[in-house]
Unconditional design. Structure first.
Length: 440
């Protein structure tokens, strides 16, 4: 292959190097890139992008590397690994502005901001990258009170396909700024994000469990309640966990109340406790950073397939009924349903490239196991999604495993058309194709 320019100041990791085995894949997918570049400056990123473009190489960009489809690696191409660009800095204490390097993880962010009493609405996992999660949306434990992660974004430093460094904000390159907020990695490499953080306290977090035999009533009651629950409360109900008994597994409702007032938390959470026979309740006051979980790396030979869809308010009862019925069967996937709405829904659907603002809940179904087990589950999964199809809309890009997933599910027609126009301007040759791709 062509030689990486001597001006590149970071690590150059090629096959045969001691670090290659650890550097070549992402968390869930192995790869065999021709070279992994680990830049230590924006100039290095520009050099890496130009090298890949001029050499005609497939390009992958890695932040945390947790993306289910494995977009953070490839075979025979170039990987730009941003892990050395992970600084987190409060740049304006009065406005709570925070500058975060494109290679930072949300665990790093939570740890860095905790001493300042600040937080940013993010995902669920410490080792997930700030970049991938934010560019795709950012649904997590603060979504109802503070919106998506991308809703707190105020500016981004971007290296484009032409190797140029540009700033995107509401005032500078506003169309690029719009596209970055939900359009994924289609438009360049974000080397730094600027967020408006919010003051935070400790939060009430934990799990309330109910018998599988009460699943239908618990699901119906949960869905009725969360629609009008306080915005400080975000919750996820999960059931049919194959590692806890499948159809006999308890129904678990995980909750976060964003605040440290015990009486307010009890008023918000107690209606969930009254949905059925409580088997376990470990809700307690915790630092926000401890709510984020450690990332999971499946053992060799274990595959994971996950898919999701969004549900608007009118369709929630039908969806909950279907989920309860499927959960009782021996062929059910592991099902989780997230409460949405609140601050996320108050942003107009065309304000960002993330368009599915009016969803009340998100349904996620996951199958995990050895390859033959996952393959055997395929027909039942297809039947499950076919049954849900009349009642759901769209999809959330960050919780999909298939690389060829229908991009139309992620981007409605008008959103896609606007993204394609931005793509023609910032990446006309589609160098940044390693994503749910918008073609120029």
């Amino acid at each position: 292959m062509n030689t990486v320019p001597e001006t590149f100041g970071g690590a150059i990791i090629e096959p045969g190097a001691a670090e290659y085995e650890a550097a070549r894949g992402s968390v869930l997918v192995s790869g065999s890139p021709a070279v992994v570049l680990r830049p230590t400056s924006v100039r290095d990123v520009q050099t890496g992008v130009t090298f890949a473009a001029e050499g005609g190489f497939e390009l992958a960009v890695r932040g945390g590397g947790h993306g289910f489809p494995g977009f953070a690696t490839n075979d025979g191409g170039v990987v730009i690994d941003l892990s050395e660009l992970g600084d987190v800095e409060v740049i304006d204490k009065e406005r709570h502005l925070v500058r975060i390097g494109g290679g930072a993880t949300w665990g790093q962010v939570a740890s860095a901001l905790a001493p300042h009493g600040l937080a940013i609405s993010s995902g669920d996992t410490k080792s997930v990258g700030v970049g991938g999660l934010t560019l795709g949306g950012g649904i997590g434990w603060k979504v109802r009170k503070y919106g998506l992660a991308l809703d707190s974004l105020v500016a981004a430093q971007v290296v484009t396909a032409a190797g140029e460094g540009v700033r995107a904000s509401a005032q500078e390159n506003p169309e690029l700024f719009w596209a970055l907020r939900g359009g994924g990695g289609n438009f360049g490499i974000v080397t730094a994000f600027e967020f408006a953080a919010h003051p935070t306290t400790e939060v009430f977090h934990g799990k309330i469990s109910f018998p599988a035999t009460e699943a239908a009533g618990v699901l119906e009651g949960w869905a009725d309640y969360v629609r009008n629950a306080p915005e400080e409360l975000t919750s996820i109900v999960s059931f049919a966990n194959p590692f806890a008994g499948g159809p006999k597994a308890p129904v678990e409702i995980h909750v976060v109340f964003d605040g440290d007032d015990a009486e307010s938390a009890a008023r918000a959470i107690d209606p969930i406790r009254h949905l059925g026979t409580v088997l376990d309740d470990d809700v307690a006051l915790k630092p926000y950073g401890s709510v984020l979980e450690d990332g999971m790396t499946p053992p060799p030979g274990i595959r994971l397939v996950t898919r999701n869809a969004l549900v608007e308010t009118a369709s929630v009862p039908e969806v909950m009924q279907i989920l309860a019925e499927v959960g009782k069967s021996g062929q059910s996937p592991f099902i989780a349903v997230r409460s949405l709405g609140g601050a996320m829904a108050r942003v107009p659907g065309d304000a960002t490239a993330y368009a599915h603002r009016q969803a009340a809940v998100m349904v996620q179904a996951t199958t995990i196991g050895p390859g033959p087990v996952v393959e055997a589950a395929g027909p039942a999964l297809e039947a499950f999604w076919a049954r849900l199809a009349p009642h759901v809309v769209g999809a959330y890009a960050n919780f999909l495993t298939a690389k060829d997933e229908d991009v139309a599910a992620i981007y409605p027609t008008e959103t896609y058309a606007r993204l394609a126009t931005a793509k023609r301007r910032y990446d006309p040759g589609n160098l940044f194709a390693g994503n749910y791709n918008v073609r120029p």
